[in-house]
Each structure stands twice: as structure tokens, then as C-alpha cells.
Ligand binder design. Structure first.
Ligand code: KIV
Length: 300
């Protein structure tokens, strides 16, 4: 524990990373401007105030308060046990930390957790409002809703009420019990066409951006080319509008098995150890210059 009045070394940025054009815009408009300008969007998961300040200072464009916190913070074996109240708490922590850094703050996206948007559009709206009031600017939902596309109706309901929504297709961790494991999605012609159709339907329903997780690179690039909104890939190759990683994977501290799409940024090419600020900065630079993800992080 340190003196609270002393400057927080986590939020100090000795070499500020230049901000791209469009930073006077806020929220999803800023991310859309980056995509429209052909600039890669840097997203990172974040769960607390200190790392939110640090990520802001090194120029991360958007922070995802992911329900991956169930695994990396709480030690659960999936994201399923995470509640709206737990998400609200972490969103508020991240919002305070991001606000403490020099503007512009990263766009704050928050997961609506398992079961919080399925019962009805009204329930989804109430839970989304809880996360927005805690500081989220966008809420994220997983999947497409196979049963008459129920999720498209939920998305349209939220968007009509002023709530920006991010979709999430491919590997959708909240459905891991149904999918049967963390495996690549969209392989084979039928699955690929369905994923593309779902992405287009989500865009029509009003999502402002789309996460693509564990999708073959060529398919993710095709989906990105077919959409007007930004796509953010994780294990989806370099052809997306941006990239996201789980913070604890980037820092090499998550004890679970390292997925193919993960790169530990805590060592440079010579093996020299980087501290958290330099590791996150290296990730920001690698996404922006297109060197991450490399072929060894992608799926065919
Ligand atoms: O919860 C999360 O961290 C996510 C990312 C893996 C995209 O949804």
C-alpha cells in the first residue's frame, strides 16, 4: 500500500503514444472513424482502476470489461457464473481509472453476462442501463439467437433506446457448455455462410461493432469486408478492423493453457523483460503496425 496522495506510477506515461486522428469524437463514433480511416483499433480487456489508467495513458482505444473476469479474476472455469452486479462493480472501477488519465479516455465496452439479456428485451434494457450508469458506453452481447433470431430483436430494442451494442460471434464463451469446448468456429462452407449471415443480420439490427473470436482468418477478413461497422478480432487474424486480447494473457499471468492466438508481450525480441506499461505499449504498437497477430496466432 502506498501514500494515496503520491502520483500513481501506474498512470504516469513517460513517452506518450501519439493519438490517432478522430480523438475529439467519443464512444462508438471514435471507433467508427478509426475504422473508416483504415487505422487499426486497439482493444484490451480491463477490470480495475489502476490498469484502466495505465491503458488510457499508453493509448489503448477501447477497454472491454469482459466477463472473462470470471476466469482471470475470480478463478472460475468459465464466464457463466458472472453476475450483473459483479460486472457493474468492475465497470465502475474501470470507468474511474480511465477518467483519471489525460483525455481522451478509451471507449468503455462492458459484457452483459450470461442470462442477463435472454429473458426479454426489457430485462436486457434494465441490465444494460445498470452497466451504462456505472460508466459503460457500449454493452456487448454474444451470439445471434438461433431461435427466430431472438437476439436481433434484443439488439434493436436496446439500440432504439440509445444503448450502443457490440456483437460477438464465432467462439462465444457464454455458450461453451453447448459448443463443447473452446474451439475454432465457422470452418466449412455452411458454418462460414451462417456466420457471415449472422454478422450482416446483427449489423442490420443496429450493432455498432462486432467481436469475432476464434474464426479462420480468411472468413474474418471476408466478414470485415462485408460490414460497414468495425470488427475486432481475437484469434481471427489480421484482416479485422482491430484486435482484442485478455489483459492477463498479454501480461503472461493467467495460469491456464495458453491459446494459439495469445502473445505474451512481457518480453521483447531479445528476451528482455518488460514492465506492464511497456508490455501494453508494445501490444498497442504491434496492433497498430500490423505485426500482431502474426501467422502463428491465426487459424486457417
Ligand atoms: O470477456 C471477454 O474478455 C471477451 C473477449 C475475449 C473478447 O469477450
Amino acid at each position: 500500500m502506498t501514500d494515496a496522495s503520491a502520483p500513481n506510477p501506474m498512470t504516469v506515461d513517460p513517452v506518450p503514444t501519439p493519438r490517432p486522428r478522430g480523438t475529439s469524437l467519443s464512444g462508438v463514433a471514435r471507433l467508427q472513424a478509426l475504422r473508416d480511416d483504415g487505422r487499426r483499433i486497439v482493444m484490451l480487456t480491463c477490470y480495475d482502476a489502476s490498469f484502466a489508467g495505465l491503458c488510457s495513458a499508453v493509448g489503448v482505444d477501447t477497454l472491454l470489461v469482459g466477463d472473462s473476469l470470471g476466469m482471470v479474476i475470480q478463478g472460475e472455469s468459465s464466464t457463466v457464473p458472472v453476475t450483473v452486479e459483479q460486472m457493474r462493480y468492475h465497470v465502475a472501477c474501470v470507468a474511474r481509472g480511465a477518467a483519471s488519465a489525460a483525455p481522451p479516455s478509451p471507449v468503455l465496452v462492458a459484457d452483459l453476462p450470461f442470462g442477463s439479456y435472454h429473458a426479454s428485451p426489457h430485462v436486457a434494457q434494465a441490465n444494460a442501463a445498470t452497466l451504462m450508469q456505472a460508466g459503460a458506453e457500449v454493452v456487448k452481447v454474444e451470439g445471434a439467437g438461433r431461435d427466430n433470431g431472438w437476439l436481433f430483436e434484443v439488439v434493436a430494442f436496446l439500440v432504439d433506446r440509445g444503448i450502443p451494442v457490440c456483437g460477438h460471434l464465432g467462439l462465444t464463451p457464454q455458450s461453451v457448455a453447448q459448443i463443447g469446448g473452446y474451439r475454432v468456429q465457422g470452418r466449412g462452407d455452411d458454418a462460414a455462410e451462417r456466420l457471415l449471415a449472422d454478422a450482416l443480420a446483427l449489423e442490420r439490427a443496429g450493432v455498432s461493432m462486432l467481436v469475432l473470436e476464434m474464426v479462420p482468418s480468411a472468413l474474418a477478413a471476408r466478414i470485415t469486408g462485408a460490414l460497414r461497422i468495425p470488427t475486432i478480432g481475437i484469434g481471427a487474424g489480421p484482416g479485422c478492423s482491430g484486435q482484442v486480447l485478455v489483459l492477463h494473457d498479454l501480461l503472461g499471468v493467467y495460469p491456464g493453457r495458453k491459446a494459439r492466438f495469445v502473445r505474451d508481450f512481457t518480453r521483447d525480441a531479445d528476451g528482455t523483460v518488460r514492465g506492464p506499461a511497456d508490455a501494453i505499449r508494445a501490444y498497442v504498437d504491434a496492433v497498430r503496425d500490423g505485426s500482431f497477430p502474426a501467422p502463428e496466432h491465426t487459424f486457417d
